[in-house]
Write a protein that binds this ligand. Sequence first.
Ligand code: GLN
Ligand code: ZN
Length: 758
Amino acid sequence: MVTTHNLGFPRIGARRELKFAQEAFWKGQIGEEELQITGADLRRKHWQNQRNLDQVPVGDFSFYDQVLDMSVTLGNLPERVNQAGGSELERYFRLARGRSGRESSCCGVQAGEMTKWFDTNYHYIVPEFHQHTRFQLNGDRLIEQIIEARAQGLSPKPVIIGPVTYLWLGKAKDNSDRLALLGALLPVYSELLDLLANHGIDWVQVDEPALVTDLDADWRHAFNLAYHHLKTSNTKLLVTTYFGELRENLQLACELPVAGLHLDAISAPQEVARVVDWLPAHKQLSLGVVNGRNIWRANLETTLDWLEPVHDKLGGRLWLAPSCSLLHVPVELGSEETLDPEIRSWLAFATQKLDELNVLAAALNHGRSSVRKQLAESTAAIHSRALSGRVHHSSVRARTGAITPSLGKRQRTYPERITAQQQKLGLPRFPTTTIGSFPQTRDIRQARLQFRRGELTEAAYIQRIREEVSHCIDRQEALGLDVLVHGEAERNDMVEYFGEQLAGYAFSQFGWVQSYGSRCVKPPILFGDISRPGAMTLDWIRYAQSLTEKPVKGMLTGPVTILNWSFVRDDQPRRETCLQLALAIREEVLDLEAAGAGIIQIDEAALREGLPLRKADWNDYLDWAIEAFRIAANGVRDETQIHTHMCYSEFNDIIEAIARMDADVITIETSRSDMELLDAFRGFEYPNDIGPGVYDIHSPNIPEKGQIKALMAKAAERIPSERLWINPDCGLKTRQWEEVLPALENMVAAARELREGI
Ligand code: GLN
Ligand code: ZN
């Protein structure tokens, strides 16, 4: 008999119950007890969803983040968080978000750094280390939840982050070697495993996804040290890897002295056979056979075609699970009422994925005939999708098939173009601009909600947004900015807005996925060949331009960002999908140009986060991603100026690719890095214009004129001043007008003084 289990379940709740409880707690509207009750309630519901599995995960639920939970379990909270006192939960939230909730700004501390969880859109709180970090076990959370799960008649399998990955994920604040802490860390892990064993736990899931990354010899050695140390414990360890191939770490992973290994068979299908061969005969092999990161229904018959021979070899040693934790998909498809039924029949959210797992297990245990009906349904859904006229459009394919390199090429080189652009635009030195959005007030969001609910007519809604655009243009003129924007009031989100207007996209009502803490995103579902039925932004930009003599930028989201922030189809390479998006955006660019837009900005906020986990795969991704951007952007005439925007702080390793985009102007986030980020551009001698952000839009603080000038002076040390623009770090949609106006006023004043050499 095969064993079924799950690596983790989404914790946010089918209706985002956790989000609302967290936020109510932070506002002081509910107390700790009520928050705990909501937590226990959600765990109970989620375990009920998983009750058909042989083992359910325990400890995957979290009030904020599972890595932060592990830091609590290991007694590794920074001093600044503990000093301010309070309950464990208060200290926990203090590290997560700088303050625990009700407390006033007096007890605020610097929040823990947040960074992306491997190549997903989930963000974790980075563990902090220093040379003398010491660990101390706090197993309460896990033990309590084990008791809860047992009370529901389930067999709990605690989930923890393994010692090597835990260190790998963290950061030594004093630049010491964090790997040197392994010796101090392992006894606490042993103690934890003993504690779990004393509570009758048989198996523990130890997540070690660092095994799918490029590791040097020291880190690889750490795996051996760690698991030799832990092998004396009385629980069995299932080491889990996911999100990628093990490659050169495959043998290491197979030979660790543990009782079982989990392999992500969705991202590493070609490694299954090798692992089956390598894995010593006493070990269990868990295979991740349904995709834990995407929302498509699995092809159960073809999965069984390769899985049955593996089962024949391994028998009872085979376990089945989703490829990774289901944290990255929405909870429940059943509540979707507005999704088109045909498209809905192609999808599986977390709960449906567990059903698929049970069907696969039944087919292996009792033969395919025992689940004939379910298999037939799966196959029918796969066929319907494969043949659907809504997915496949030969005209779209013909267009991507006809792409030639010339499509992505500007007519002339940047030095030649920039002269034509300067003549046309007549901008001063150090031109000032913003990144696109202006404050999305409650009023705007309210109007959008009313429009969606049918309480506001389309005409009234458009009128309301036009007023906002007009207000925004007035304010920018009054401030004296050089290049204006319409303010993006009509956009709920920079990807969803475009998805809604492109053919090939569908939208869920409740398909929320946790991004960090209480923040969730609802990625649009890219299911079919992409085309643009009509212009998407033209009317807004035209209207905005009609209100002013100053140039208004056309504002678009780039193909790579749209791709990276959607659930995308798995029936063709990402490259192909991205090129389809690129052609659709290109049409919009050309329409904007024809309508007179002299400047068009194409945001690629998510270009960097699409980078593969392994460096060896970077070039392939960058090649098609940059090609897609170039196709979207570069069909314009010389005198049309293309801007792009990126908001992250690491460029060193991708600067050449960024240069290949050949945007006339790139605006980037730099204010927090004190312009040091520009070293990457200088070192490479980046040829085109740059707008280094001088104003940190994440902070309510208003930058002083002097500060801005000082930052620009630093920028001018690195980049010739005639190629510098002045702008904020990113869009202003999360800020208030009261903050934005004085900040931009200072920015414009700084630019004036720089021009005059004051
Ligand atoms: N143009 C977008 C805005 O200003 C860019 C957002 C982003 O880079 N994340 O909101
Ligand atoms: Zn940005």
